[in-house]
Ligand binder design. Structure first.
Ligand code: EPU
Length: 302
């Protein structure tokens, strides 16, 4: 979607928003798949309600982009613009055992930064790609840890009220790869309360998780992490593997040879290829096990 509305574009500087025309989402997502649209980079998050009001006035649809690491975007010219938060400096501030983190902060770097300040708990998240906001949105987890367990407070743009709010305690709930946030909400800042631990001990945990991840996941290839959520009590990866589907391909979209719940872009896969592979594998698992796998990857269709 191309934005040529001169009145809208003229408003952006005073809102602290930069406009980038014709951005390729294939270059902004870890899968390397996705079409083209205009991007609004937000440097002042307090402007979000006004920015969205201006877009709505013109019937311009929008989507919020985090780190693009759990996302499958449709091909071609996209019928919506993309809003992304710029990373402020500093992006993490620590007081006692509470870290206040900007949503645009890189998750891995945040885990390391907190570790250096003697705050642990997030060792398992070290290799999870993407931003803190994205991890929070879906309650990312690995190796027995979920980011939601440490959340004390979240400042976010809430689509329902079209305003910026702060939520805490029972106002937010976190479950396995699921949160009470709405799809159109945008995470802005989070306060995490982290257990104090000696740096050496945290580092040991980080190294163990890194090693486990390296030995079981296709880290060097373009992917969105696990494609499906694990069904209650089961493992999507194990089921897909047991059906002999590693290497199954549609065009360049391919079930990883290393971990069957990772689908990789082995070259120039299109969104259509990847969606067709996902549908095929879901159907084969349903036929064999009677289980309908739910997407973990977020799909932005056209
Ligand atoms: N397995 C196979 N074949 C495979 C893959 C896995 O037999 O191709 C078996 C493993 O041997 C193991 C079991 O399935 O016995 C579980 O595998 P793994 O330990 O790799 O964990 P997972 O359930 O497949 C989950 C998360 C990962 C996270 C790891 C480590 C989900 C959907 N996936 O994977 O998260 O990194 O545990 O904690 O919950 C992600 O969310 O994108 C993701 C990669």
């Amino acid at each position: 979607m191309k934005i040529n509305d001169a009145t809208l574009l003229a408003l952006l500087p005073e809102l602290g928003v930069e406009h980038e025309a014709s951005v390729s989402l294939a270059e902004m997502t870890s899968l390397g798949i996705g079409g083209v649209t205009d991007l609004f980079l937000i440097r002042r998050d307090a402007s979000i309600p006004e920015l969205i009001r201006q877009l709505d006035l013109r019937a311009i649809r929008h989507r919020f982009l985090g780190g693009g690491s759990n996302l499958l975007v449709a091909d071609g010219e996209l019928p919506f613009v993309v809003l992304q938060l710029a990373k402020p400096e500093p992006d993490v501030v620590i007081e006692g055992n509470v870290a206040t983190i900007a949503a645009a902060a890189d998750l891995g770097r945040t885990v390391t930064f907190c570790a250096k300040q003697g705050l642990g708990g997030m060792e398992g998240l070290i290799g999870v790609p993407g931003t803190v906001g994205g991890a929070l949105r879906m309650n990312a987890g690995a190796y027995g840890i979920q980011i939601g367990s440490y959340v004390r407070e979240v400042r976010l743009y809430r689509a329902a009220t079209r305003s910026i709010e702060t939520l805490r305690d029972a106002q937010i709930s976190f479950e396995y790869r699921h949160t009470s946030f709405e799809p159109d909400d945008m995470m802005l800042t989070v306060k995490l309360e982290l257990p104090p631990k000696p740096y050496d001990e945290i580092l040991k945990g980080i190294r163990i998780c890194n090693e486990k991840r390296r030995s079981s996941q296709p880290l060097g290839q373009k992917s969105a992490g696990c494609i499906f959520k694990n069904p209650p009590g089961g493992s999507a990866g194990r089921m897909i593997d047991e059906l002999g589907l590693k290497g199954l391909s549609v065009g360049d979209a391919r079930v990883s040879d290393r971990h069957a719940n990772f689908f990789v872009n082995a070259g120039h896969a299109s969104a259509a290829d990847m969606l067709s592979l996902i549908a095929d594998v879901r159907e084969r698992v349903r036929a064999a096990y009677g289980v309908t796998l739910e997407n973990e990857v977020v799909v932005w269709s056209a």
